[in-house]
Ligand binder design. Structure first.
Ligand code: AP5
Ligand code: MG
Length: 222
């Protein structure tokens, strides 16, 4: 069997899934697969998928499963995922979790599901101060992780913008959707022995080093 390692990052909107996945991508040599980023890329390029996704994202609702699942299936078949991937924002409900289980089964299944914990108050603070690079997608925070020059990406000089779905009323609905549809995945992965819980209210570096330790341990064990 061609064994691959798939990690699923779980946590409320703003928990730091994207921030951590980007750092892990470089260190583990596995791509970050963020469904939110893929939708935003499509939206920027005005594809049919982007326009469809926008109507759901603007309300903080989930994009329909069949569209999202097919998109992840395609993404995991690309060459850079030949050793596995770090999944960020997928799966988000039990139907998607079952689909991911089927997609990864031929390669040994999912290796680990780290759940990053923060409070809802912290999530609101983080999301309302978030800024994203329009060209490379790097994530900053006006207070907690500011760029060197205001409004400009440190990595490629791109313009930093605020996501449309980061308005307080949309964020509240995203949190509601998380508790209703995504949080059942905590029990689902716990029962499979895959869940590990981390305190996310620490520095980005401290969360990252704990994650690296956990994931590296899994890779060695396989
Ligand atoms: P998505 O893009 O996945 O958004 P989300 O889950 O709401 O998560 P966020 O990106 O808001 O948070 P994050 O955990 O990545 O935090 P980040 O690292 O940015 O999804 C958007 C939409 O797309 C959905 O609402 C839905 O419509 C659609 N969609 C996506 N996937 C889907 C799916 N599978 N099915 C159906 N629909 C789907 O960090 C947040 C901020 O905090 C940043 O400013 C960062 O700098 C800062 N920060 C991070 N870590 C720390 C730290 N340790 N200390 C201080 N600040 C920190
Ligand atoms: Mg994200």
């Amino acid at each position: 069997m061609n064994r691959r390692t798939f990690f699923v990052l779980l946590g409320v909107p703003g928990a730091g899934k994207g921030t951590q996945a980007k750092l892990l991508e470089e260190r583990l040599g596995r791509p970050q697969v963020s469904t939110g980023d893929i939708f935003r890329y499509n939206l920027k390029n005005k594809t049919a998928l982007g326009l469809l996704a926008q109507s759901y994202m603007d309300k903080g609702e989930l994009v329909p499963d069949e569209v999202t699942i097919r998109m992840v299936e395609d993404r995991l078949q690309q060459a850079d995922a030949a050793q596995g991937a770090i999944l960020d924002g997928f799966p988000r409900n039990l139907i998607q979790a079952e689909a991911l289980g089927r997609m990864t089964a031929p390669y040994g299944g999912i290796s680990l599901v780290p759940l990053i914990h923060i409070s809802d108050e912290e999530a609101m603070l983080r999301i309302t101060g978030r800024r994203v690079c329009r060209s490379c997608g790097a994530v900053y925070h006006t207070a907690f992780n500011p760029p060197k020059a205001e409004g400009v990406c440190d990595l490629d000089g791109g313009e930093l913008y605020q996501r449309d779905d980061d308005k307080p009323e949309t964020v509240r609905n995203r949190l509601y959707v998380y508790y209703k549809q995504t949080s059942p995945l905590i029990g689902y992965y716990f029962a499979k022995g895959l869940l590990v819980e981390l305190d996310g209210k620490r520095s980005i570096e401290s969360v990252q080093s704990e994650l690296i330790g956990l994931l590296a341990e899994k890779e060695v064990a396989q």
